[in-house]
Ligand binder design. Structure first.
Ligand code: PMP
Ligand code: GLU
Length: 401
């Protein structure tokens, strides 16, 4: 008789990351020869800049291939602190920095480090797919804070104020946002900082897209806008998006010493240090020439303008103009209830399936980000691919009756 190995309760309700799932499906179809337009992946199409790759090659040649301190090599922590000082005018000492295997691991470790069962974490909707899962894996309770596309997905401060309870432990902010590209205003950040100080909760600011902003303002986060709240803020960042280094897996945390110590302890019992070679590459990324970052940002800006122009020309679509990151999040719900060749579209999952099967466009259904009206398309890909994708989208939608 066969035996079914019993899995843990916590994993039974856990869904795999939908962004990675769609991307894997699209890449698999492409490898099988299907002509897929992949607008699902949240990863820059650019190659990692040459000087960063060279630093990694040198690290290997120099034999820098052993365990490092769990929270990262001292010179990298110093470079991270210097970069934060330069960009945000905020001072962090070395013991307030931890380097991890991607921003994702930072967020996971922070959730494990600060949440007790039942602690409430406020997550603005639409949210990045992994936030609720990470909170729940740590035993926390997610409280969703809706936002309105007609207000550019701004934080609803009235609703936030009324959601705070004695159990509120943290809020997770992501500005520029994945999936909307929205950027929170300084005034709103200031208000959240005041609330955090008054009610003693933690603000986790996921700054992973902070260098990819299309306005004139430089990088900024809640701690740079309200430095008096710095000890309530946990900064999460990394090199995946800014330096086209998704596969290298380096992210970092800057925050109160106690949180860093706790998150590092968790890291010491789970993954140990992040990859030694990737740490050297990250050092080169942060301290070397930054012209590659500007070039990529300019390309994302041009692609954003192009894809917005195309979306505006498709009847029945509304889309908030992104102010950063590399995603558009159009509302396609006016097509729900319609059908083509017997296939009825009821929600964003149906829409994503329809576009993949009938038009070979891969996008991520909005339900994965907490709102079924939308779909997310990434424009971190070549203009010619975006062009073909928009041609196909427009044709596929016009076939729905
Ligand atoms: N936060 C957001 C909002 C993201 O989109 C990503 C992309 N995967 C991450 C964090 C984590 O990125 P990484 O682990 O590659 O640093
Ligand atoms: N953050 C990217 C995205 O949202 C990469 C995938 C992931 O880590 O979930 O598409």
């Amino acid at each position: 008789m066969s035996w079914t190995l019993p899995l843990a309760e916590r994993v039974r309700n856990l869904k795999p990351s939908p962004t990675l799932a769609v991307d894997t499906k699209a890449k698999t179809l492409k490898a099988q020869g299907v002509d897929i337009i992949n607008l699902s992946a949240g990863e820059p199409d650019f190659d990692t800049p040459e000087h960063i790759k060279e630093a990694a090659i040198k690290a290997i040649r120099d034999g820098f291939t052993k365990y490092t301190p769990v929270g990262g090599i001292p010179e990298l922590k110093e470079a991270i602190a210097a970069k934060i000082e330069q960009d945000y005018k905020l001072t962090y000492r070395s013991e307030q920095i931890m380097v991890s295997t991607g921003g994702k691991q930072v967020l996971y470790n922070v959730a494990q480090a600060i949440l007790d069962p039942g602690d409430e974490v406020i997550i603005p909707v639409p949210y990045w797919v992994s936030y609720p899962a990470m909170v729940e894996l740590a035993g926390g309770k997610v409280r969703f804070l809706p936002s309105d596309p007609d207000k550019n997905f701004a934080l609803d401060l009235m609703a936030l104020g009324s959601m705070l309870t004695s159990g509120t432990k943290a809020i997770i902010l992501n500005s520029p946002s994945n999936p909307t590209g929205a950027v929170y205003s300084r005034d709103d950040l200031k208000t959240v900082a005041d609330l955090a100080v008054e009610h003693n909760f933690v603000v986790i600011t996921d700054d992973i897209y902070d260098q990819i902003r299309f306005g004139n303002e430089g990088p900024e986060n809640i701690a740079s806008v309200a430095p008096e709240a710095q000890d309530h803020v946990v900064v999460v960042n990394g090199v995946s998006k800014t330096y086209a280094m998704t596969g290298w897996r380096i992210g970092y945390l800057a925050g109160p010493k106690a949180v860093v110590k706790a998150a590092t302890k968790i890291q010491s019992q789970s993954t140990s240090n992040p990859n030694s070679i990737a740490q050297k590459a990250t050092l080169a990324a942060l301290t070397g020439p930054q012209d590659g970052v500007l070039k990529m940002k300019q390309a994302f800006f041009e692609r954003k303008n192009y894809i917005m122009e195309r979306l505006r020309a498709i009847p029945g679509i509304s889309c908030v103009e992104p102010k950063g990151a590399f995603y558009v999040f159009p509302d396609l719900s006016s097509y729900y209830g319609k059908e083509a060749s017997g296939q009825k579209i009821n929600d964003s999952l149906d829409m994503a399936d329809y576009l993949l099967e009938k038009a070979q466009i891969a996008g991520v259904p909005g339900v994965a980000f907490g709102d079924n009206r939308f779909m997310r398309f990434s424009y971190a890909t070549d203009l010619s691919i975006i062009q073909e994708g928009m041609d196909r989208l427009s044709a596929a939608l016009s076939n729905l009756k």
